[in-house]
Every structure is written in C-alpha cells, then in structure tokens.
Design a protein around this ligand. Structure first.
Ligand SMILES: Nc1nc2c(ncn2[C@@H]2O[C@H](COP(=O)(O)OP(=O)(O)OP(=O)(O)O)[C@@H](O)[C@H]2O)c(=O)[nH]1
Length: 617
C-alpha cells in the first residue's frame, strides 16, 4: 500500500487533503487531573507541530468556551488533528481532549472509545490524584496503550523520582517508561510526540469495508446545523454519500466532511482510522445519539459498535424565574443549553410556593454551577435555584418501584415499603496525616469504611462506601480544607440501598414551602431540621408581621422559630420633599430584592433555598 494516497475526489475538487494509511495515524487522549497541565500540553502540541503559529498562540485554544477558559477547566471535548514527522514519515495524530473533573468522567470514557492510546499526564509537584487513577484504570480496561508523562518538571517544587515511584505504585506502570516534560517551557514535548508515534498502536480498520464510524460527540451550530464528531473505524465517508445512524435509523446525505485543525477545515473524505467531523443537514441535535454507529445506507455494515451509555443525571434541583412571566424565556434558554450538553435534563414543574419553573438534572454540583452561570450570562434572567438533591428509588406497598428526583414527589409514609438511596464507592487520595480526619468525616456522613492502601509512606488511598446525598453536600470542600488542597476524590455509583429516610418539610408562616423540603435519614432529621430553621431565621428579613418557621416530619413539628415583626422604612430618614432621593433609595431596595421569591406573604431570598445544603455546626 502506498504511504500516502491522494484522494481522487478531493484532487478533483482542488482540495489538497490526503488520506494517510492507517499505519500513519495515531489516535490518543490525555488523561490528567484538573490543573496538571493538559490544556497547556495540548497547546504545545499545536505549536510544536506548526498547527498554529506562535503569533496565533492563544493560551488554551482547545478550551473553546469562555467559561471554560475563565474557570480553567475543560468540560467538552474539542478534538484536533496535528501532523508530526518521525524518521522522515509524516504521521497524522488526532488528539481528543478530555475533562478532568469528577462530574465529567463520562466524557472521558467517550473519548477513550475513539482512541488507541492515552497520555497519562501527572504533575511532578503534586503526584498522582484520585481522578488520574480512576481514569488510568478506565483506559487500561479499554485496552488503551498508556504513555506516562511527568509534567511541570521546570517547577522548583518538582519531585520527579518520588512521583514516578507513586505512578508505579498507583497505576502499575514501569518507571523507566515515564517521560519528563514541561508543557510551559516546551522542554521534552517533542519526545512526548515521538513516544505517541512509537508506542501507541496504529488504528485497526479496513478501508475497503462498508463505512462504520463512531459518533463520539456533536455540537449545534446555529448556521450549519448539527456538527457530528466521528472516528471512522472502517471504510470511508465522503461528501454526497447517503448515511444512516444505526440506532436512530434516520438517513441523511453528507454535505461536508473535515478535520479540526484546530478550526474546522473541509477535506471531502475521511477514511478508516481518521477522526473529524461530518455535516448532513441534520437540524435536530436529538437525531444524533452519542455512541451511535454511522454507516452507509446503501452498503451498510452489519454490526454496530458498542455504544456508550447515556450518562444519567445524579443531582437535581429546581430552577425558577424570579418573575413568573419569564418562564417561557427560561424554557428557551434551557433548550438552547441542552443543544450542546446532552447530559443536562429539564422538565417543567410547579411548586406551590415558587410558581412555575423547571426541575433540572445535572451530573454533579460543578455541572450545576456551570449551567447556572451560563444561563445568567447568556440570557439575563433572574433565577432562584432550590437546594439540590439526589435521585431516590421507592418500593411502594403496591409492589411498584418508583424513581423520584424531587422531595415533593415522596408519597405518604404509609404507602412506602422501602425507601432507597444511591450509594457510591468513594476513593480519597490524600496525605497519610489526614486519614484520621477524613475517616471521622465519612463516619459522620454515614459512610462505611472499606480499606486503606499506601502509595508511599506519606500518601494513601482511602476507600469508603457512602450515600451520594452526603457527598453532594460539601464533602469535596471539606476534603480540600482538611487536606489543605492536597486531597482528591473520585466516586463511582454502586446502586440504591434501602435506608430509614424521611421527608423533612419546612413551613414558613404556616405554609409548606415545597422547594425547601429535603429527604434525610431519620437519625439526622431533628438536628438538620433545627439547624435549617435557625439558618432560615437569619436569611429571611423581618416583615411587618411575625413570621413562624417550622420544620416538620408529616404532621409532627420538630423545630420552631419566630421572626419578630418590624416595619422597615428606608426613606424614613429622607424627610423633606426631595422625591428623587427617595426614588433612588427605593430603586436600590428593589434591586437588592431581585433574587427573592414571594411565598404567601413572606419574601424568601435565594440564599435561604441554598441554606438547606449547609451542614456546618
Ligand atoms: N511551571 C509549569 N506550569 C505549568 C506547566 N504546564 C501547565 N502549567 C500551568 O498549570 C496550570 C494548569 O494548566 P492547564 O493546562 O490549564 O491544566 P489542565 O490540566 O488543562 O486543567 P483542566 O482543563 O482544568 O483539566 C496553568 O496555570 C498552566 O500555566 C509546566 O510544565 N510548568
């Protein structure tokens, strides 16, 4: 087979695109813990291979979204094709970037299915972290070849030998295979590129077989429609070809095929082993299922690829517009967001106290925060968000099993046979000095100890089984503060386990505020109820009448507080006739009240809805 075949159709169109033989392609991703330098290394790859010029170099090109750049976290994948010469041969390398946060680990497994290898990037001053271990195992399970790299060796705090020993211990790699580089200065980056070519196998695949391509992501472009990210496994895909999504069973005609370099560049054809995009006048993002197999409709492949499982939201919360007439605007904004984030879900709901809004499902708390920020930034809506909760499973006395994601949906205690909550297996990677503190933290949170493993005399892996609801509260923040930032965690879902759970209601001025209801373990109900009421007392302003706050389980009130009455007249001091001054003060007061919800006669601020979350003593 010739090394490089000029594609006839492209040549005819005057396009200079060439189709490399699969032996000259390498597909890989980078596995790294957050902040270990993945985006910086990816940028170096672009720079070193001349994909972008130093002039165009803009830090973290691959983190396309503003918000991502601002927060410095990669959320969605942006693949990129680069060319690297090794021993006189030009290789096409496709990098599929992956995020490093626990909430987005499903994105990592998506990108792995499109690769034959992964660069395992570890910060030389921080060492292996929980997420790195989890993702490295995932890669090994997926038969990916691991290229271990120690980054940030330019830092004075770098301890390469120690960290390599940790990598050997934690992931079971050979220390001699570990490359050293600095993504910041560019030192050693060429060696990493060489190792990608030398160590990662070329993609398998038969260029003459019927088209079989994996859909590993997609995005919606308001001008072009849906852009489908594909990895071609067998055959070729060309402009004009009739294609079919095997799960979705819809047919389309390809209008454009190209690569990310790093912006989208048409190339007319992609063949076995290559990574790129295709467009086919697909108007609706729902028609494209991530993990689906794309094939030729005339000459289809007979076996579809094993798809991914759609990630299930684990954390839910209600989102309400402050002004009820902004409901439609909120619906539109949510629909727009969903276009590019299939893991986010929303369904309309109404709450007696809050009016009309949506129940939204997120992968985790960070995901939730990001969505809220995007909404506020992109559509100028004032929103009130209720405290998050996890999904529960109920076995009812009539034998029915019901999944609920909203405390309001919990039926009478009499009709529940078993109340089950999600449990996760959580791994902490932390300094050994902190083991005791984290153990007692987990014990307080109803965790069950599993085991401890030492990576080195100073660092250990601690494993617990714990209810997810206890994790989403503030476990991550607690871990960070106890370990002064050195501890990390990762968790995987185990299943639903029965527990003695009850719904705790909150009554404000004798009216149940359903958005403040929470599901708690009975043993914690009284303590949580009391704390919650005290917190609410701080958050809710005094009104012109006395406001009673109560926490109750069913009809039984377990805590009560009262907010005394007051009349607050902000313009009282502006005696005299200057109406403009008064107007200014009124305007200021109104702005301060923006994120308030009127429940009955009482105004409840956003903070009050979130206070349900806090568990601090
Ligand atoms: N000194 C030094 N700093 C580096 C090096 N590589 C990356 N950094 C810095 O480390 C920080 C994190 O780098 P990023 O590339 O954003 O990390 P990341 O792994 O992509 O993070 P996520 O996108 O959040 O997963 C940035 O401030 C970089 O400038 C390096 O080799 N040496």
């Amino acid at each position: 087979m010739p090394d490089e075949r000029l594609d006839g159709e492209n040549a005819a169109k005057g396009l200079t695109g060439t189709m490399p033989a699969t032996s000259q392609i390498r597909n890989f991703s980078i596995i790294a813990h957050i902040d270990h330098g993945k985006s910086t290394l990816a940028d170096q790859f672009l720079l070193k291979t001349g994909t972008i010029s130093a002039r165009d170099y803009r830090a973290q090109l691959l983190d396309g979204m503003d918000l991502e750049r601002e927060r410095g976290i990669t959320i969605q994948m942006h693949p990129v094709t680069i060319y690297h010469e090794r021993n006189g041969v030009r290789y096409e390398l496709n990098l599929i970037d992956t995020p490093g946060h626990v909430d987005f680990s499903y994105e990592v497994s998506r990108s792995m299915a499109a690769c034959e290898g992964a660069v395992l990037l570890v910060d030389a001053s921080q060492g292996v972290q929980a997420q790195t271990v989890a993702n490295a195992y995932l890669a090994i399970e997926n038969d990916l070849k691991i290229v271990p790299v120690l980054n940030k060796i330019d830092m004075p705090a770098a301890r390469p030998d120690e960290m390599i020993a940790e990598m050997e211990q934690a992931v079971g790699i050979d220390g001699l295979d570990v490359l050293r580089c600095s993504a910041k200065t560019g030192m050693g980056v060429e060696d990493v590129l060489d190792a990608i070519v030398d160590r990662i196998p070329a993609p398998p695949g038969n260029i003459d077989a019927p088209l079989k391509a994996l859909v590993f992501n997609s995005h919606f472009d308001s001008f072009k429609g849906v852009v489908v990210y594909i990895r071609v496994m067998d055959g070729t895909i060309k402009v004009g070809q009739k294609i079919r999504m095997m799960q979705g069973a819809r047919e389309f005609t390809v209008t454009d095929v190209g690569q990310f370099r790093p912006s989208m560049v048409s190339c007319g054809t992609l063949s076995a082993g290559q990574v790129g995009y295709c467009m086919a006048n697909i108007k609706n993002i729902e028609d494209v299922r991530i993990g689906d197999t794309l094939t030729d409709s005339v000459n289809p492949t007979d076996v579809a690829l094993a798809g991914y499982k759609q990630p299930k939201p684990m954390v839910y919360s209600g989102l309400y517009p402050v002004n009820n007439n902004e409901f439609e605007a909120l619906r539109e904004a949510l629909a727009k967001l969903k276009l590019n984030d299939s893991s986010f879900t929303f369904t309309p709901e109404s709450s007696e106290g809050m009016g009309f809004g949506f129940r939204c499902g997120f992968l985790g708390l960070l995901h939730r925060e990001i969505i809220q920020q995007r909404l506020e930034r992109d559509c100028d809506l004032d929103l009130v968000q209720t405290a998050p909760n996890v999904t529960y499973e109920l076995l009812l006395t009539n034998g029915e099993t019901r999944i609920i994601n909203n405390p309001q949906e919990v039926p009478d205690a009499g009709s529940i046979q078993e109340f089950r909550e999600p449990f996760v297996k959580i791994n902490f990677l932390l300094p050994s000095d902190n083991i005791g503190d984290i153990m007692s933290l987990c014990a307080d949170r109803r965790g069950t100890y599993v085991k401890t493993e030492y990576l080195s005399p100073t660092r250990a892996v601690l494993i617990f089984e714990i209810p997810l609801s206890e994790v989403i509260f503030d476990l991550y923040d607690k871990l960070k503060s106890i370990t002064r930032g050195y501890g990390t965690m990762d968790y995987e879902f185990m299943g639903y386990i029965p527990g003695d759970l009850v719904r705790l209601d909150v009554l404000v001025h004798h009216k149940r505020v359903d958005a403040l209801s929470i599901i708690v373990h009975r043993s914690q109900a009284e303590r949580r109820g009391r704390k919650l009421i005290l917190k609410l007392k701080d958050e809710i302003d005094r009104h012109m009448f006395e406001v009673a706050l109560q926490a109750a389980i069913g009809a039984r009130v377990i805590a009560r507080e009262t907010i005394a009455a007051i009349r607050k007249n902000v313009t009282a001091k502006c005696y005299g006739g200057d109406i403009t001054r008064k107007r200014k003060l009124w305007a200021k007061q109104a702005a301060g009240k923006k994120r308030m919800k009127q429940v009955g006669q009482v105004e409840i601020p956003q903070e009050a809805f979130m206070s349900v979350l806090e568990t601090d003593d």
